[in-house]
Design a protein around this ligand. Structure first.
Ligand code: TRP
Ligand code: SF4
Length: 333
């Protein structure tokens, strides 16, 4: 079966957007029988947050705890930590030798981030090389498919160029060209009507209690143009409605949509229905989350990392042999 690989920077606790966007898709791919690798992209976290590196270990634990609580199965996939597998760093260096600077400088994600994150100093070799590190992550595991959000597509494209260029230079197919698998965009909006995001402070977390969740929903924006109870609403732009789509059964969701447009239902009542449904669904996950021990997470990461390392080292050896030749006097294994 084909390999699927995806990574997430360790950002700590995950919110509903992360879970119902990326993680639910990962769970689906395991179910479809792919050989799946999911990893903590802690080296990538260093490219933008070197000064906060000491937070990475705890953020890793909290993130993986959410993966597990939400049902990502470590026995049917492989979880690992990027920085624990030296092959990622080594292949990055080797591939950097054949990566034209122009590919990296023209990368739209790079240009945009350099503009947006003016406060942190991103003018580093490491940050420019973000896509080369990501290419190594992918190519080490012969990934056929890489589930990512649309913002990562330029990086996938660069990965394909690098693989092709390496294979061309080597004169044989050493590296497998991966294909992106566009994750269904999370249509979940945050409580302020913008995209749900940790940095916007508008997110609902799996780790939030039922009370916290209720409070957040009560305070949430709805259709901001719906000032009075008698004003018709627009569910399609309402953050509450994006949550109904996930947590409320379809016929009821359709009913709410119709009623909202005719001002037959008020936002207070609409939110009440959501609060009850969301807390009912999340209760099982929250319970599971509370029961997961740190030592179990560490065991899972350790075992996954051990397995992943074998695969990564195999590919790295193939690459080094292609570069230095079969009879390199420095060949070790
Ligand atoms: N850059 C990805 C993100 O920010 C995370 C990532 C790192 C990744 N390496 C990867 C995703 C390899 C898929 C495959 O979302
Ligand atoms: Fe949103 Fe519900 Fe209010 Fe309509 S009734 S605007 S869907 S909260």
């Amino acid at each position: 079966m084909k390999n699927v690989l995806s990574g997430m920077r360790p950002t700590g606790k995950l919110h509903l957007g992360n879970l119902y966007g990326a993680v639910s898709n990962w769970i689906k791919l395991i179910g479809e029988g792919y050989d799946c690798y999911f990893f903590v992209a802690d080296l990538h976290a260093l490219t933008t947050g070197f000064s906060k590196a000491e937070e990475i270990p705890e953020d890793t634990i909290e993130m993986v705890k959410d993966w597990l609580a939400f049902g990502l199965d470590p026995h049917r996939s492989t979880f690992f930590i990027q920085s624990e597998i030296p092959a990622h760093s080594e292949l990055t260096l080797l591939l950097s030798m054949i990566t034209p600077l122009g590919w990296l400088l023209r990368n739209p994600t790079y240009k945009e981030q350099i503009e947006n994150l003016k406060d942190s100093d991103l003018r580093t070799f490491g940050f420019l090389g973000y896509p080369v590190l990501m290419s190594s992550d992918i190519l080490l595991y012969d990934a056929a498919f890489v589930p990512v959000g649309a913002d990562q597509l330029p990086h996938l494209e660069i990965t394909r160029w690098i693989a092709r260029r390496f294979n061309y230079i080597a004169g044989s197919k050493i590296l497998k060209e991966p294909k992106p698998m566009l994750a269904p965009v999370s249509k979940i909006l945050g409580t302020d009507g913008r995209k749900m995001s940790k940095s916007y402070n508008n997110a609902i977390y799996l780790s939030d209690s039922a009370d916290e969740t209720e409070k957040k929903i009560r305070k949430s924006f709805t259709d901001t143009q719906r000032k009075r109870r008698s004003d018709p609403g627009r569910p399609e732009i309402c953050p509450i409605f994006t949550l109904h789509r996930i947590f409320t059964e379809e016929t009821k969701t359709d009913e709410i949509s119709i009623a909202c447009k005719k001002a037959d239902i008020g936002c207070v009542e609409c939110k009440k229905i959501l609060i009850s449904n969301i807390n009912e669904t999340l209760a099982t996950y929250r319970k599971k989350r509370a029961e997961i021990k740190k030592s179990d997470i560490l065991d899972i990461l350790q075992e996954g990392t051990r397995k992943a390392k074998l695969k990564a080292n195999k590919t790295l050896n193939r690459v080094k042999t292609a570069i230095f030749g079969q009879d390199s006097p420095l060949k070790q294994d």
